[in-house]
Design a binder for this molecule. Sequence first.
Ligand SMILES: [Zn+2]
Ligand SMILES: [Zn+2]
Length: 282
Amino acid sequence: MKNNVTNKVRQQDAKVLAQGYTRAIRLMDIASIVTFLALEGTLVYQLWGNPHVGPWLVLSVVLLGYLMADFVSGFVHWMADTWGSANMPAIGKAFVRPFREHHVDEKAITRHDFIETNGNNCLISIPVAIMCVAMPHTSTAWVFLAGSLGSMIFWVMATNQFHKWSHLDNPPALISFFQRVHLILPPAHHQIHHTAPYNKYYCITVGWLNKPLAMIAFFPTMERIVTWATGLLPRQDDIGTEAATALLASEVGGEAPVVQAAKALLERTEEPESISSARPSA
Ligand SMILES: [Zn+2]
Ligand SMILES: [Zn+2]
């Protein structure tokens, strides 16, 4: 069934997708990075010397922010991979297109410079950064909230950098070390996502949440809910209607272990009959 789906995958032209990176989008990327860094700098300045900040708070917000970023990276990546199209007004070219390009030409990201790699993630982080800066920071709870969210968006920004490094053939020694000890996204781990039909292991900051989310079937469940509510076919734009339909059918077939068990039971109860009818001739 899996091969059946893989054979049907029809993707878009890599060159056309790459040409979608226009001058306007580049300018927006630059503006997003500058704005984002200014807001994060302001937040650090505000919290520096705050009486509610201590080493334990810093350690916990850094770690919690890392986990939250891993989840957000997975969720946003899943949304962009699964729904919408590069031709959509407003978000198509700037936001959906890079995800389509990445499945067709996974090495393209290694040719993107710092601005193209990080612009998008800075842009989506700006509203959160504004919230963090605008919070009162007058109690431990406020400082913890501002710190966790500020840390989360810092790691969200780092995500596409870690992701890009996971596609390098020969990463620098230090980066390769962090990948081996799985403190940032390891290449082999990320390749699980790059296997057609591209429907698992969406988390790309570090990937720690990929296994737990797969175990609880988080994304397939979300897809069923969205399809139920909207009638949309998951990843129709990414892999083509035929493959997306075949994948959905295979998932529905494999989704209900209860139904499979019931069928197996039914077959078993039918067996004695077939055995008894087979015996005389044996
Ligand atoms: Zn993807
Ligand atoms: Zn990738």
